[in-house]
Write a protein that binds this ligand. Sequence first.
Ligand SMILES: Nc1ncnc2c1ncn2[C@@H]1O[C@H](COP(=O)(O)OP(=O)(O)OP(=O)(O)O)[C@@H](O)[C@H]1O
Length: 921
Amino acid sequence: MTAEFAVGQRWLSESETELGLGLITQFEGRRLAVLYPATEEIRYYASHTAPLVRYQLKADERGQHADGWYFTVLDVVSKNGILTYQVSPEETPDQQLDVPEPQLAHQVAAGQPLTRFMAGKADRLDLYRLRQQSQQHLQNLQQSQATGLLSARVQLLPHQLYVAQAVADRFDPRVLLADEVGLGKTIEAGMIMNRRLLSGRAQRVLVIVPESLVHQWLVELQRRFAISFSVFDEERCEQAALDTEQVFDTEQRIIISDAMLKHEKWSAQLLTSHWDMLIVDEAHHLDPASSSFTVVRQLADQSRSLLLLTATPEQSGSEQHFQRLQLLDADRFNDYQEFVKEQQAYQDWAPCAAALSEDKPLTKELCQQIEAISGEPIAADADTETRQARLEKLLDMHGTGRVMFRNSREHVGGFGQRKLYTYELDALPPLLEGDDRLHWMEDTRIDWLLDYVKKQRPLKTVLICSDTAQVLDIAEALRVKSGIHAAVFHEQMTLTERDRAAAFFASEEDGSPILVCSEIGSEGRNFQFVQHLVLFDLPHHPDLLEQRIGRLDRIGQEGDIHIHVPVCDDSDEAVLLPWYRDGMQAFEKPNAVGHQLYVQLHEQLQQVIQSLGDGLDELIKDTQEKAHELREQSAHGRDLLQELNACRPAQAQQILELVGAAERTEELENFVFDFFERFGVDYESLSEGIWLARPSEHMRVPALPGLPDEGLPITFFREVAMQREDVAFLNWDHPLVRSALDLLLHDHFGSTCVAVIKNNALPAGSWFLELSFTSTIAAPPQWVAHEFYPLQRFRVLLDSKGRDLTDKVPAQALDNQCQFVEKKAARQLMKQLRSDCQQLISEAWNQAEQQQQSAIAAGQAALRSNLSAQLKRLQELQQRNPQVRPAEIEAISERQATLEHAIAQPQLSLDALRLIVNVPG
Ligand SMILES: Nc1ncnc2c1ncn2[C@@H]1O[C@H](COP(=O)(O)OP(=O)(O)OP(=O)(O)O)[C@@H](O)[C@H]1O
C-alpha cells in the first residue's frame, strides 16, 4: 500500500470490494475519509493501516465515466497525485477527452476477477480448478444432443428416445403421440418438454388432463423429471384472482383438469396468457362439438408447440381423429375427404417400405414403384445404404408421418403374455319394475367374486367395471359379505381420495387385495405391479377393452397378465366375450383394428345382444373375416408406415448409445462431490450407491436451490434411482447440478488464484499469468444460440515479460505442476506483482480477441452449414409432404439471420486469472 493519499484519488477497499470505487474526501494527518458513492457509504481509516488499493487504469484499458459512457484509455497524466485519463469515447472514437479520476464511474463489479485481484482476493487452487471444470461441463451440455433426454428417472428405451429426439428440436413441434396404451407417451412428452425447457425453447407450459390424472401428472413430472408444476383448480384460481387479473401468469408451468375448460371465466383467462407449449393428455376425450374443444383450438392456435396424447386416436371415429389433427395444423388438414383419399393412397406404398426395410432382393415391379414414388432409381440388389436412403425418403413423404407417432407393443417387444380365464355363471334375475339396475345381493357375479378373492389372496387384483354406482355396490358387497375392505377408484372421488386409494391398494403389508375401479376413473393409471385383472363387465367398444387391459399391460410389467371374466347366461357379456375373444382375439394382444370393426359391426352386435345371442355365430364369422382383412391391410399399409416412422431402429439405437455415453456418471460424481466439499455441503454414504447430502453450518452460500435444509438422499445411478423413488437421481440436468454450475459460472467463486510451481529449470521468482476469458452472445432464447456458439473459453498464458506461452505450455501440463499457496503468502505475491500484472492483463485482451475472431468464424460456419442443410431438407420435403408448414421454413431463415447477427457481436469477459510463481525446491 502506498501512503501517498490525496483528496480526489480513487481507491478500492480490499476488504469490502462490493462498496464500489472509493473517493478520498478527506486526508488529514493520519486519518482518511473515503466516500463510496455507489453505495453512499463513508468509511474512516487510519492512513497507515487502511485496507485500500489504488485504482488506476492503464493505456488501452477500458473504463467508464460516471455518466455511463465507456472509453479507451490513451494516456495517463498525474498531477499533484491526481490522475487524468486521456481517453477516446467508444461511441465517438475519433474524439479525445480528458477524464480526471474523480469523474470515473463509481461502480466497479466487485466480483470481476480484475477487481478482486487488485483487492488482493485469491481463491483456493481447488476452487479455481472447479470453476474451470464447470465451464467445460456447461460447454458440453450446451452442445449435447442428450440434454433433457438422459435425466428422466426411467429406463432408456429406444422407441421413446427416438420420438423425443425427433420432436424436441423442431422449431415448433405440433404432434400427436399415439403409442399404444402404456408404452410411455407421458414419458415421451416429458422428455420433449424437458429438452425444450433446458435449451430455452420453452418457458411457459400448460398441461391439460382429465381430472383423474391431474395429480398423477404432477407427481410423475416431479418424480421422473424433477420438474415442478402447479395445479390450478378453481380454488387456486379464485385465490390468485384476488391479487391479479392474469391468474395463469402467476406460474410458468401449470396443470389443469379439462373440467376447467368448461368455465367461461377461467378459459377466457387461459386465452389471455401466453403459452410456449401445450400438452393435452387423453386427447380422444376432446369432442369437436364441445365448448372445451373450441378453447383447446384457440389455445393451440396461440401456442407455438402442441403435444396431443392418446393411445386410441380413432376411438371416436376417423372424422374426429381428423379434427384433432386439425388442431396440429389447420392448413394442412383442411379437407376430410381429401384426407381419407390420401390415407388410402399411402396403403399402396407400404409394400415398397416393407421391402426396403427387409434385406431381400427387390422385384422389378417394386423397383419401378419405388422410383415412381421417390423420384430416384434403385437396383434390385441395392446396398443397405441406398435402401435406407430410399426408405427415409418414402417415410418422409408419408401423410401423417411428421405429425403422428404410433409405436406398438409388437414393434417395441419385451412384453409378457395375456391369458384369459372365463367363468360361466347363471343368468342374472330380471330387473323389477322401476329399478334401473340390480341390487348386488342378487348379482350372481358377487358370490363368484368373493370366492375368487378368497382363493386369489394374497395376490392383488384390479377389477374394472363400467360405472361408479357399480364400483360402490361391489365394494359394499365385499365389505358386508366377507369383511374385505376394497380400495375403490372412480371419477367422483377427489384427487387426494384417489391417491389415497391407490396407495392403500399398493401397500404390501396392510394394503387391500383388490382395487375396484370404474372405466374412466382408472384411465391413464399405472398398475403394472399387478398381474390379475377382473373385468366385471365388458365394454361395448374394443378400444375401451384395450384401455382396461392397458392398466396392467404397460412398460414395467414383468409378468404375464391374467384376465378373469365372469359371464352370466343371457347377459351382454355372453355375446361380447366371444365377439372379442373369437372374433378379434382382443384379449390376447392389442387390437389395432378395434375401432374399424366397431364401426362396421356395432349395429349387428347390438342386434345379437338384444336377441340374446341369436346370430352370434354369424357375427363372429363376419368379425373374423373383417378383422383378417383389416389386419392384412394395416399390417401392410398405414400401420406399417406409421410404425416405421415412429421408430427407425438404426437411428433409435444411435440415440440410445449417444444418451448412454452422455451420462458420464463418474465425471458427474466427481464434480458433485468436489462441489460439495468446496461449498460446505456435508455428505455421507447411506448404502451402496446412495448418499445423504445436507447443508452444513459452513455453507459458502446461504442456500442451494434443490437442497433442502433437512438434507437429500441422492444417487448418480439410474438403476438405483429406478428402484428407490425417494432418492434424488442426480444427473447433468438435475436442478441441483444445474444450480451448482450456475453458481460457479455466474458468481466470483474460483475466479482469482495464486499458485506456485517448483521448477528447477526456471529462475526462482519467475512468474506467469494465466487468464481465462469467456465469450457469450445475447439472442432471444427460442433461437437456441448456444447450439452454434456455446460458452466459449479462451486461455491466454503470459510470462512476466509479456511473452505469449499459450500454445507452448498446455493447460493440463501447467496445472499438474501447480501447488497450493497459503492465503497470506498469496496476498503478499499479489500485492507485489499487482501493477505488473495489470499491464499484462490489458495485453492479454488482444490475444483473447484474436481467439474470439476464430470462434466467431467457426460459429458462423457451423450455423450456415447446419441451418442451410436443415432448410434444404425441409424445402425438399415440402415438395413431397405438404405437412411441412411454411412457418417452419420461415423460422429457419429467421433463426439464421438473428443468430448471424448475434454471433458477430459476442461479449468477451475476463472470467478468471491465476498468478503462478516459480519457487524451486
Ligand atoms: N422408460 C421407462 N422406464 C420405466 N418406466 C416407464 C418407462 N416408460 C414408461 N414407463 C412406465 O410405464 C407406465 C406407462 O407409461 P405412460 O403412462 O407414460 O404410458 P402412456 O402411453 O401415457 O399410457 P396411457 O395410454 O395409459 O395413457 C407408467 O407407469 C410409466 O411410468
